[in-house]
Design a protein around this ligand. Sequence first.
Ligand SMILES: C[S@@+](CC[C@H](N)C(=O)[O-])C[C@H]1O[C@@H](n2cnc3c(N)ncnc32)[C@H](O)[C@@H]1O
Length: 289
Amino acid sequence: MSDDTAFEEINEAKANMDHIYDQPDPRAYFRELQKIGYVIPGLAKPIFQKLISHLQRRRNKSVHMLDLGCSYGVNAALLKHDLSMPELYEHWGQKALVEATPEEVATDDRRFFGNLDTHEDISVIGLDQAESAVAFAEEAGLLDEGLAVNLETGPLPEAATEDLELVDLVTSTGCVGYVTEKSFERLLPAMTQGRSPWMGNFVLRMFPFDSIEETLKDWGYVTEKLERRTFVQRRFTSAEEQEQVLEQLRERGIDPTGKETEGHLLAEFYLSRPADEVAEAPIERLLAA
Ligand SMILES: C[S@@+](CC[C@H](N)C(=O)[O-])C[C@H]1O[C@@H](n2cnc3c(N)ncnc32)[C@H](O)[C@@H]1O
């Protein structure tokens, strides 16, 4: 079975959310995901903050981030403005917004986020195949740059290479599985022109990370998994979804007992860095500091 088929098959075990990924504003996304307790960006936030603070000190500059599968700029909102997922759910679920047009939501959000303090000194490039979501995130001022591309199926636009050279940190939540080693292969030549970025990916346990790890290895990276920790992504949408995911996990030799059997999709955290930087401070030490 090719890697493509493998990922497609694993994806089929999960409920399909495609209809909320590319709307002109985030209301439907947050309405639907709140129902199933989608929390991973909030749980990822303190880990990304640690990485940002290490990179700021090590590189003595403000951190340029590339968020893969950025959607409506969720991770950018949490990190730039120190917001929480409950706050984002409340913001985009407001009654006052029910009748608003997408343009009104974007204009209102530009003001809303513009009036909030900027917490982290970061600039964020967001990459997602969902053109409308990326356009919204740029319009609302959450992304400094949006890249609406699908690197699984097409090349990196030449115009994007200059910005990618500056990237210090690649992040992703809820994205690996849709995005495979192909996207990384297309990003790496540009991203490693300068100082190679660190990459922090939260990955559902049902998706293997080995192909991405292998690709990164060819570019001098070492990948570490944060051991003994899992992160809730969301609740299962149905008993059927849970059953299919449990089956996928068992097929991969992963025991879901006491984990996914309890009702949530769980992710693990993978950190990939240039080999010399890993030797200096392994993941456990880095995240403890
Ligand atoms: C579960 S959402 C996660 C969004 C966001 N990171 C979060 O945690 O809220 C998955 C995202 O991956 C994006 N996606 C799917 N296939 C993609 C691809 N081939 N390239 C880039 N993004 C993709 C979807 O459009 C969607 O925004």
